[in-house]
Design a protein around this ligand. Structure first.
Ligand code: FE
Length: 427
């Protein structure tokens, strides 16, 4: 299975810290401060925890969208190396979508909004708005350097690099155009966040229309979310062969809305299934996400045929491979493709009887039934055990909990972990 959009480091901020917060409240009061407080060793443990969970969940390839300020501070290089070492050692395919932000001229309504949501959490060590800001040329130079060092274009590659403007609002016109050119010139891909919440759609043009106007859209472009898009936006994605990542769990958890996926697939837009933020999902579990992806659109459209079980399975596999531009190599079991396989045990009461395997996978599994994962012909998860991580991190769970507690404390989030029983939200 292929996860075309996730944020690995968020994993230390999950477990009930961000409950009931909407996107910007969670983003600026929980997610960014947590990652800002993490050391290279914290990132290594977070990456190992992510890899252990992802492999147990049957993921062989994932696209990481790292936090945007992990490019400029002194520790960034150590953090990058720590992350990539963990993925390499665990044996799953990683695509590192190096993020950048080159626009300090964010619309005043958005700046005000961020000011309002951060003001209510005075104890939090908020990330300075300029911590991640760079000039367009400097960002391109840095990402070119990361690409030159870590992008392996060969078919058996387990490490590739994309370029990722953080989102439509924090990248300039030039930055978005340059990202598209970067991807074209180096035969890689580019990804950004688009139209996740109603708050972001604020201009004369929709996000997708704007991205079309600055020449960002195209077969090498992957847009995460596209929740608040209309039919015209979807036609633009179809006409330009722009890919979309559907992240149903974070959209549900943060109350962002329901992406019009059935309309996208009717227009033959390629839609992959992403896990997005481990602190807004709160799991890395594509089998479970398939169930949500198949069900929420049925309720939303009042149409029991809106998303079929087979389409949900395609979104987690072959459509994910199409999303990342590697359908010739990955995403289905065919002669000549890379040997990436996820074996699902079927001998469970809840999977019996089974008359249609796609339906059983989408609607009956819990996610723990995966017993073996093979990546590039190598067994990387065997009967629930990821040998590499088991060996290097014999106390992974205790160490992850300890580091999470320490990071949250350094970030000023203690009060969020000392929550009283809350039957009615006050947020
Ligand atoms: Fe995201």
């Amino acid at each position: 299975m292929i996860d075309p959009h996730t944020h690995v480091a968020d994993i230390l901020a999950r477990g009930g810290v961000s409950n009931e917060r909407a996107l910007y409240d969670w983003l600026f009061n929980v997610k960014k401060p947590t990652i800002y407080a993490m050391t290279p060793d914290d990132h290594a443990v977070a990456s190992a925890l992510f890899a252990a969970e992802a492999l147990r969940a049957g993921i062989t390839t994932f696209v990481e969208f790292p936090e945007v300020f992990l490019m400029w501070d002194d520790e960034s290089e150590a953090i990058l190396e720590a992350k990539l070492n963990e993925y390499d050692s665990a044996g799953l395919r990683n695509i590192y979508a190096q993020a950048f932000r080159d626009n300090d001229d964010v619309p005043s309504n958005l700046s005000d909004f961020v000011g309002h949501v951060t003001r209510k959490e005075p104890a939090v060590e908020h990330v300075p708005m300029d911590a991640s800001l760079s000039g367009t040329d400097a960002a391109l130079e840095r990402i070119g350097d990361v690409y030159d060092r870590y992008h392996d274009p060969s078919p058996d590659s387990r490490q590739q690099v994309w370029i990722a403007p953080e989102n439509v609002v924090t990248a300039t016109d030039d930055g978005l155009s340059a990202a598209s050119e970067f991807a074209e010139r180096r035969e890689t891909m580019t990804t950004t966040h688009a139209s996740e919440t109603v708050h972001e759609e604020h201009g004369e043009l929709s996000h997708v229309e704007y991205l079309d106007a600055v020449d960002y859209l195209g077969k090498r472009a992957v847009l995460a979310h596209c929740v608040h898009v209309d039919e015209r936006d979807i036609r633009l994605c179809a006409a330009t062969d722009t890919k979309v990542v559907h992240n149903p769990l974070t959209n549900l958890m943060l109350g962002s809305g329901v992406a019009p996926v059935p309309t996208m697939t009717n227009y033959e837009v390629t839609v992959g299934l992403g896990t997005d933020n481990p602190s807004g999902n709160d799991t890395i579990n594509p089998l479970s996400d398939m169930q949500y992806a198949a069900l929420i659109h049925r309720a939303d459209r009042r149409d029991a045929g809106a998303v079929t079980a087979e389409k949900a399975l395609e979104m987690a596999t072959i459509d994910g491979a199409r999303t990342i531009g590697r359908a010739d190599e990955l995403g289905s079991i065919e002669a000549g493709k890379r040997a990436d396989l996820t074996l699902v045990g079927l001998d469970y009461p809840h999977l019996t009887p089974s008359q249609n395997i796609a339906s059983t996978l989408a609607f009956q599994t819990h996610g723990h039934e995966i017993d073996t994962v093979i990546c590039e012909g190598e067994v990387v998860m065997d009967n629930g055990v990821v040998p590499d991580i088991d060996e290097r991190y014999p106390d992974l769970l205790a160490e992850s909990q300890k580091r999470a507690d320490e990071v949250l404390s350094r970030a000023g989030l203690d009060s969020m972990t000392e929550r009283e029983w809350t039957s009615r939200s006050d947020k």
